[in-house]
Design a binder for this molecule. Structure first.
Ligand SMILES: C[S@@+](CC[C@H](N)C(=O)[O-])C[C@H]1O[C@@H](n2cnc3c(N)ncnc32)[C@H](O)[C@@H]1O
Length: 302
């Protein structure tokens, strides 16, 4: 697996790090503090925090105050805003404000469409996955359930098409979730949506009955690469366009102009005739993009 630059993620085989207990902190986030920090979050990663999210932002930022420890948001602002360069602390701040909810087989119809329609079409029309490995990007991959899920269904697809090959890249801005991605360890209850047959093949179970965890098998872990990537960057630096982009439940956190900018960058990184999957509550309505809808929240580049 790759490294994430200065974000400092290390592969930590088999063990989970437990954060030390933190002291209580009752610093109050005032309206001017909220304006300042929410603007910083918006400018840096595009996430729009409406004013009714003030108490939520306060609660999340207090985690950072406790971690230092600092007594007030003023001191924290000093730490964040006194440097011109993005600091390690900005990375940690972004970590606590991102919403990382994800699941295995989330929006399962997408996986059916992928196997029954998209892959046969890509293979037949372009020889994709046969002439060279199919190139898939899970954009905003959170803790890795989505890219590992893709790896499972592609491995199953290979049973009928042994000549099919694929490369999966997962990216996220949040370093905390990328650490979990690398470990590939999840609470066993989170594996409930995975069909039993796939659980047997692709998951290892912990032996401790008090702490029921599963781990993605090494073969699958080695198939999914990861990278820290901020959607707000001008250039993502990919050498090859993708055949499939999953960018699900990500753009809902952005305002319309930011959504449009991001989607057009995703389209730039998608090969013609190839697929992009969005979340079911996300719509391209009113956006001028060279995409044609082929199934609910599935689009093909024209
Ligand atoms: C709700 S999760 C979606 C996870 C997965 N795609 C799914 O549908 O289950 C959204 C992810 O987008 C990431 N994200 C938010 N803003 C981002 C940005 N500017 N650049 C990269 N990733 C971002 C968050 O860190 C989070 O992990």
């Amino acid at each position: 697996m790759s490294d994430v630059g200065n974000a400092g993620i290390k592969q930590n085989e088999g063990s989970l790090t437990v954060a030390p207990a933190l002291k209580k902190c009752d610093a109050r986030l005032t309206d001017p503090d909220f304006d300042r920090f929410s603007k910083l979050v918006y400018d840096h990663c595009g996430i729009k925090l409406p004013s009714h999210k003030r108490s939520k932002l306060g609660a999340r930022l207090r985690k950072r105050l406790r971690a230092h420890p600092l007594a007030s948001f003023e001191e924290y602002a000093e730490l964040i805003f006194s440097r011109d360069e993005p600091t390690q602390e900005l990375i940690k701040l972004i970590d606590v404000v991102t919403t990382n909810k994800t699941d295995f087989f989330r929006e399962p119809a997408h996986f059916d469409y992928l196997i029954q329609s998209a892959l046969p079409f890509l293979i037949e029309t372009f020889g994709a996955g046969i002439n060279k490995p199919l190139n898939i990007w899970s954009a905003g991959c959170s803790t890795g359930k989505e890219p590992y899920n893709l790896a499972m269904v592609f491995k199953e697809f290979q049973l009928d098409r042994p000549d099919f090959r694929f490369d999966i890249l997962g990216t996220d801005i949040c370093t905390g979730v990328l650490e979990k991605f690398v470990q590939g360890i999840y609470a066993e209850v989170k594996a409930a949506p995975i069909p039993e047959k796939l659980k047997k093949k692709y998951l290892l179970r912990s032996k401790d009955p008090e702490n029921r965890m599963v781990r993605i098998v090494p073969e699958l872990r080695s198939l999914a690469r990861f990278r820290r990537l901020n959607f707000m960057d001008d250039n993502f630096g990919f050498r090859e366009p993708f055949d499939i982009i999953f960018c699900r439940n990500v753009i809902i956190y952005f305002d319309r102009p930011t959504q449009e900018r991001l989607l057009s960058k995703l389209v730039d990184n998608l090969e013609s005739g190839r697929y992009i999957f969005l979340g079911h509550s996300e719509t391209l309505l009113g956006l001028n993009l060279p995409l044609k809808q082929v199934a609910p929240s599935v689009y093909r580049k024209i």
